[in-house]
Design a protein around this ligand. Structure first.
Ligand code: OAD
Length: 234
């Protein structure tokens, strides 16, 4: 089976009712990114940051994977699919995707404030535990923090993601403005002969000038078109 490697961003979950980050009405308009998505913001006001991620977590209980997520999971019938996502929600997994790499962490997990990337301290929350409180401690005695990669922090999963990009037979980008590195640079690791598709209802500038087959549609309609394009070729 050919290897289909997919990079997804917030637009993938937009049709499930989760806000994107940038542009009119995006999440970063409502919550200053420096306050809720940086280590400095967390150090300054852990209660505010904890509340912000509690709200995001609770939203997970109210949303469902959309048709785009489902079609992507269905692609496993035809391809060996790896999803590299910048999203911290669990909608790819809930739609049935079996190989998902979360570059920016996972809302359903918490970790140690002192050693956030130490696997010993990363823990999956049950839905009853989604409301983390100040005073809830990790196994090393530090405050539990969200398992989220904040701006200015390293992205431990990037090396694994690069490996998949280097070995892709087909590369697909869905619903990301490609503003945030290192995720936005992954396309540069995809070999030149590999076809690249991009699904997004808006224009997404590709810095490298690489030839990309653009499907200018939302995630669900875009996935439907792509599915025909790729599986009719099989
Ligand atoms: P952005 O909010 O920057 O971009 C969302 C993209 O989704 C845009 O290109 C939109 O045009 C597109 N879009 C909107 N509706 C769509 C739909 N129905 N179907 C498909 N695409 C749609 O989000 P990201 O690029 O994911 O990081 O942002 C990257 C990172 O920046 C996030 O992971 C987050 C953020 O700050 C952290 O929190 C660390």
């Amino acid at each position: 089976m050919k290897k289909l490697v997919v990079l997804t961003g917030a637009g993938m979950s937009a049709e499930s009712g989760i806000s994107v980050f940038r542009g009119g009405g995006g999440l970063w308009d409502k919550y200053p990114v420096e306050q809720v998505a940086t280590p400095e913001g967390y150090a300054a006001n852990p209660a505010l940051v904890t509340k912000f991620y509690n709200e995001r977590r609770k939203q997970l209980l109210e949303v469902e994977p959309n048709r785009g997520h489902q079609l992507l999971a269905d692609m496993e019938k035809y391809f060996q699919v790896t999803v590299i996502t910048q999203n911290v929600d669990n909608l790819h997994e809930r739609a049935g995707s079996s190989d998902v790499i979360h570059l920016h962490g996972e809302l359903t997990k918490v970790t140690s404030t002192w050693q956030p990337n130490n696997p010993k301290f990363i823990r999956e929350l049950s839905s009853e535990e989604y409301e983390v409180k100040i005073g809830d401690l990790a196994a090393d005695g530090s405050q539990l923090r969200p398992f989220i990669v904040w701006f200015g922090e390293s992205v431990p999963m990037i090396e694994k993601a690069i490996g998949y990009c280097e070995n892709a037979d087909i590369f697909l980008i869905i619903g990301t403005s490609l503003n945030v590195y290192p995720a936005a640079g992954l396309l540069n690791y995809v070999p030149a002969h590999v076809p690249v598709y991009l699904i997004d209802p808006n224009d997404v500038p590709i810095a490298s000038g690489r030839k990309v087959h653009v499907i200018q549609k939302g995630g669900s309609d875009g996935m439907e078109e792509l599915m025909h394009l790729l599986t009719d070729e099989q």
